[in-house]
Design a binder for this molecule. Structure first.
Ligand SMILES: *Cc1c(COP(=O)(O)O)cnc(C)c1O
Length: 376
C-alpha cells in the first residue's frame, strides 16, 4: 500500500464531475473577476465564521499585507510573531517596512508563548501576530489581555485554521482582523491561489475592500477624492465558485480530519518517546481542525526513513526551520525550544480523502516502529 503525504490529483478527482460543471458554468457566463461568485463566497464565509466582514483576496500572504496597511503599520514599527510559523507573515510585515520579531513557542501547545510576547515588547511594538499553526488556536484570551494592557493591535494569521475555534469564537475573529489561505493543500483549498481577510471593524473592511481593487469603490471606479493607495489583490470568480461549493461539505471535511487525528493520537499515545498535540477528544477550550498532525519524537529521522521505505510519505514542516533561523533575512533570535522542536517534529499524512485502510496502515507501521519490532 502507498500513502503519499499529499495526493494532489485527488483534490480534483474526488468530485471531478461537480467541479467541471462549476468551472464550465462560471466561464460560460463570462464571469471572471469580482462578479456574484465572489460575493456569494464572502457571504458564506461570513455566516460560517460568524463575523461582520469578509474580503476575498488573491492569496493569504497578500491578505496579511493589506491588513497591515489598513491598520497603519509602517516603517520603524515592530510586530511580534512566533518563529514556529510559515515565513509569509514575516514577509508581509517586512513589505510594509516594519520589523518582524520572531519569538519562542509555548511548551504546552507549540504555539506562540504569551510570556515570550510580553518579553519582546518594546516602545516600537505596534502589534502581535498569533499564528494558529496546524489548525489549533493560540491562547487568545491571554493574548488579547496583553494587547489591551500594552495598547497593541492583534492580527491573526489563520491560514491553517479555517473553522478552528477558541472558546466558541472562530480563528480570525478575535483580533483586529484575521486572514485565511485557500491554497490547494489547506483544509479548504481551491485549484490555485486564494485568500481572505475577515474583520469586525467597518474601517478595516472598507480600506481592504478598496485596496484589493486599486482603490476602487463599489461602482468599480476610483473616486477623485481617494486617499487610499490600492493594488491588485482580487480573487477570481472560478476559484470563488469552487470554494463556495466546497463550503457545503466543509464540516464533514473537518470531522474526517479530526477522526484521523484521533486515530494517530490513540496509536502514538501508548509510547513514551513521543510528544503529542492535544487529542481532538481533549481540546478543552479549543476546537482544532488539524490542518496537520505534527508531533515530536527524538527518533524522528529513523521513523521518517522507516515510513518512507514502507510507502508512507511524511514532511518536516517548512523544511525543518523556524523563521528565526533565516539569519540572512535578519530574523536571528535565541529560541532553544523552537530549535529543539524542529529537530524532532514530523507531519503524518492527513487529509479528508485518505481511506480507512490507509489510516490503519500508517497506524500499524507506527506501532511496529515504536514497539521496537523494527527499531532496536
Ligand atoms: C499557507 C500559509 C500562509 C500563506 O498563504 P498563501 O495563500 O499561500 O499566500 C500564511 N501563513 C501560514 C501559517 C500558512 O500556512
Amino acid at each position: 500500500m502507498q500513502v503519499p503525504f499529499f495526493d494532489w490529483k485527488s483534490l480534483y478527482l474526488e468530485k471531478e464531475e461537480e467541479f467541471s460543471k462549476i468551472i464550465s458554468k462560471t466561464l460560460k457566463k463570462g464571469a471572471f473577476i469580482l462578479q456574484a461568485d465572489v460575493s456569494n463566497f464572502e457571504e458564506k464565509l461570513r455566516n460560517f465564521l460568524d463575523i461582520k466582514h469578509v474580503v476575498a483576496v488573491a492569496d493569504g500572504t497578500n491578505a496579511i499585507l493589506l491588513g497591515l496597511r489598513a491598520s497603519g503599520v509602517r516603517v520603524g514599527d515592530e510586530v511580534i510573531l512566533p518563529s514556529h510559523s510559515f515565513i509569509a507573515a514575516a514577509q508581509s510585515i517586512y513589505h510594509v517596512g516594519a520589523r518582524p520579531v520572531p519569538v519562542e513557542m509555548s511548551e504546552e501547545d507549540w504555539l506562540i508563548s504569551t510570556e515570550a510576547i510580553e518579553a519582546a515588547i518594546t516602545e516600537n511594538t505596534v502589534g502581535i501576530m498569533p499564528v494558529h499553526v496546524n489548525g489549533r488556536c493560540c491562547q487568545m484570551d491571554y493574548i488579547m489581555d496583553i494587547a489591551e494592557r500594552y495598547n497593541l493591535k492583534v492580527f491573526e494569521d489563520s491560514a491553517q485554521a479555517m473553522g478552528a475555534k477558541h472558546d466558541g469564537r472562530s480563528a480570525g475573529s478575535m483580533g483586529d482582523w484575521g486572514t485565511y489561505s485557500f491554497y490547494p493543500s489547506k483544509t479548504l483549498g481551491c485549484f490555485g491561489d486564494a485568500g481572505a481577510l475577515v474583520t469586525n471593524s467597518d474601517e478595516i473592511y472598507e480600506k481592504v475592500l478598496a485596496m484589493r481593487n486599486h482603490g476602487a469603490d463599489e461602482n468599480k471606479t476610483i473616486p477623485l477624492e481617494t486617499n487610499i493607495w490600492g493594488t491588485n489583490c482580487r480573487l477570481d470568480n472560478v476559484q470563488a465558485a469552487i470554494l463556495s461549493f466546497k463550503m457545503e461539505y466543509y464540516i464533514e471535511v473537518i470531522e474526517r480530519r479530526r477522526q484521523i487525528a484521533q486515530a494517530y493520537h490513540d496509536t502514538l499515545n501508548k509510547y513514551s518517546d513521543v510528544r503529542l498535540p492535544p487529542a481532538p477528544s481533549d481540546n478543552g477550550k479549543n476546537f482544532d481542525i488539524f490542518q496537520n498532525y505534527e508531533f515530536c519524537t527524538p527518533k524522528r529521522d529513523d521513523l521518517r526513513k522507516f515510513l518512507g521505505d514502507n510507502g508512507v510519505g511524511t514532511i518536516i514542516q517548512w523544511g525543518g526551520f523556524g523563521i528565526h533561523m533565516l539569519e540572512n533575512l535578519g530574523l536571528k533570535a535565541n529560541l532553544p525550544l523552537t530549535d529543539k522542536f524542529f529537530k524532532e517534529s514530523l507531519l503524518l499524512p492527513l487529509n479528508h480523502v485518505m481511506t480507512d485502510p490507509q489510516v490503519e496502515f500508517v497506524c500499524e507501521l507506527l506501532n511496529k516502529f515504536f514497539s521496537g519490532d523494527v527499531y532496536g
